[in-house]
Design a protein around this ligand. Structure first.
Ligand code: NCD
Length: 325
């Protein structure tokens, strides 16, 4: 994405040295390795500041509109916490049923309305491509917090940060993605982001839930090593990151198909006996039955730590698009 032209309505000093100022964050395809290093570095600073002072005034006076058309616990509350820890404030719209959306307002009009009151819009929506539609309608930055089965770029960034913090690097790792690879937007974004590194990707899923062919061929073009399996057994022992996903019940067109695949894989203490000692298990959460609670105490269970990294990454992204990082 090209750097946007400076906004003539803002003081020049606000924009100098801030290449992300005013940009939308819609897809991981926007990022290169250098961008990721920068985001990791800013996230690290955010962590230090949160640990040292808790809340500070970097985005004082700025307002975030948090517009969620789908359920969310972590993404929504971590964006709220991120904005508030930076001294800004939030207009929360979680229950779109109480907003003008139920009167038939289009997404474009809702976003145009919110940007009159806010400096940045975070959007979660059930349709793929909705974040791009919103960004086209808006003058202010739009951050995609999940568009249907499309992408979830801020999750992929926090996933990459988690891997780096926990294992030290991404190059040379084998990442195994397990579960619903068809509808899971988190794995779509993480697979694409991994192509910036020398990573091997294993996809393990029931036949009905395979990684979409267009993502596999997109990554093939960037020379990514990828393999597909229906069982975890052949790849567990070589895995450095086991990325488990929930079967996305709400995306199925027919309930019988969901019933066929819902309990396809369960990670528990017994399964993990054949995995490496130095590896991590991740999950974007919420989990249903795919990771047994008996594994939570294992030091390799990184999914709760992963949530915390989400706060720092979202603080970094908000500061960046608002020209303060
Ligand atoms: C994920 C999502 O919404 O795509 N959750 C999240 O943002 N942490 C995964 C899921 O809902 O299963």
């Amino acid at each position: 994405m090209p750097t946007p032209a400076p906004n003539p309505h803002l003081p020049f000093g606000d924009q100098r040295g801030a290449p992300w100022y005013g940009k939308d964050i819609l897809s991981v395809r926007q990022f290169n390795r250098e961008d990721l290093e920068y985001i990791f570095a800013v996230s690290h600073e955010m962590r230090t500041m949160v640990e040292r002072v808790g809340t500070f005034d970097l985005l004082k006076g700025k307002i975030l509109a948090n517009l969620f058309y789908e359920p969310s616990t972590r993404t929504s509350s971590s964006f709220t916490a991120a904005m508030e820890r930076l001294g800004g404030s939030v207009i929360p719209i979680n229950e779109v049923k109480y907003s003008s959306v139920t009167k038939g307002e289009t997404l474009a009009d809702t976003v145009r309305t919110l940007e009159c009151y806010a400096d940045v819009v975070v959007l979660r929506h059930p349709e793929t491509g909705s974040a791009a539609i919103a960004a086209k309608a808006a003058r202010k930055p739009v951050i995609n917090a999940g568009d249907g089965t499309g992408e979830h770029p801020t999750q992929a960034l926090l996933d990459a940060l988690t891997i780096r913090e926990e294992l030290g690097h991404l190059d040379g790792l084998t990442i195994t993605m397990l579960g619903d690879l068809k509808y899971g937007r988190t794995v779509h974004s993480l697979a694409r982001l991994s192509s910036l590194y020398k990573v091997k990707l294993n996809y393990v899923s029931p036949d009905l839930l395979r990684m979409p062919a267009e993502i596999i061929s997109e990554l093939k073009a960037s020379k990514m090593e990828q393999t597909e399996h229906s069982s975890l057994d052949p790849v567990l022992a070589e895995t450095d990151v086991l990325y488990v996903t929930r079967v996305q019940k709400e995306r199925f067109e027919n309930e019988a198909d969901y019933e066929k695949v819902k309990g396809a894989y369960v990670i528990d203490k017994a399964t993990m006996k054949s995995a490496k000692q130095r590896m991590i298990v991740m999950h974007p959460l919420p989990r249903v039955t795919e990771i047994s609670m008996d594994f939570d105490e294992d030091p390799r269970a990184a999914y709760f730590r992963q949530m915390e990294y989400g706060l720092y990454v979202r603080m970094a992204l908000l500061a960046m698009v608002l020209g303060k990082a």
